[in-house]
Design a protein around this ligand. Sequence first.
Ligand SMILES: Cc1cc2nc3c(=O)[nH]c(=O)nc-3n(C[C@H](O)[C@H](O)[C@H](O)COP(=O)(O)OP(=O)(O)OC[C@H]3O[C@@H](n4cnc5c(N)ncnc54)[C@H](O)[C@@H]3O)c2cc1C
Length: 308
Amino acid sequence: MKIIEPFFHIQDELDSASVAVRLEACGRVCYKSEDKITEDSAIPFVSKIAAHGHNSVLEMAVLTFRVTCDPRQTEDLLDCQPKFLVIDKLPDGMLLTGSMRALKELYLQHPKNQLVNDLLLVLVGIVPYIFEKIIDRHKILARDSSIVITKMGLLEIDQLPVELRLRHRFVGVKFIVNRAVTHELVRHRPCSFLQESQRYCRYSEDKFDNQVTFIKPMFFKEESEEFQVWKKAMEQAEATYFKLLETVTPQAARTVLPNSCKTEIIVFCNLIEWQHIFALRTSSAAEPSMREIMIPLQKEMQKKYMIC
Ligand SMILES: Cc1cc2nc3c(=O)[nH]c(=O)nc-3n(C[C@H](O)[C@H](O)[C@H](O)COP(=O)(O)OP(=O)(O)OC[C@H]3O[C@@H](n4cnc5c(N)ncnc54)[C@H](O)[C@@H]3O)c2cc1C
């Protein structure tokens, strides 16, 4: 067995990547198959994932659009009560941010809305491998020339007035933590998540160094008796897991794995939700293992994104 300290990684290197590259990098965390990433593996991976209904992968990339339109069209869109989108009215239209999933489902639920129709036509040009199939299967309306939809770049989003930037700027963080911490993280409902799957990962394989990895609990000093008790329990859990793997699948064997098991989770949300998470998860009332990771992350995010 392996014992490691928890850590995090702000995925800002993916901010400048294409949608497909970003989705693949995040989606492969579930299977721990990052070794399969090649120069042209992204689009086939994303297409397969979308066909299988592993929809949360499509939540890991957002696009922001500046829409210039008649106020009536803004109201028509808001009347649809779009879900999982960030929309802010502007004097001449709106700012709209959505994940690939939210944008896809927006069209499927409201195909007759002119603005939604026109947005789909713009999306097909940017990410055809996600939106082309919809075009093939639906009766698409002609574009309305009075609606102007422009994709915004990251630099432009970062220069928005602060209240808009906090809502439209999304940041992904990969946490390498124990399963108790991820149980708490997934309670933050506005976020999107992707997590290493104990159903698909077989820790007896070479790529896991043929061992289960555990996160060192911050509660016990390494030389303490409690630490030795904990370590023995992990060794027993690992031995039982390997014994079960001789005859059953990882999803059955994982039932003996404890909270201390190392896992990877990507949390993706806008800056305003990160501020909310930090307020709750760095306070003295928060769980100590959560604070252990959130306090340094908050400091890093404050520096990078000028948030509180
Ligand atoms: C110290 C501490 C102890 C906790 N103890 C427990 C516990 O014992 N048991 C337990 O089950 N949970 C517990 N929790 C989890 C807690 O109740 C929340 O579920 C979790 O912190 C997510 O935060 P949130 O609900 O404020 O916001 P998020 O889910 O992050 O959502 C952000 C904001 O969106 C809005 N929002 C999202 N969804 C809804 C909704 N459905 N309705 C209305 N508004 C919504 C709210 O304004 C919310 O503040 C604990 C959390 C902390 C920090």
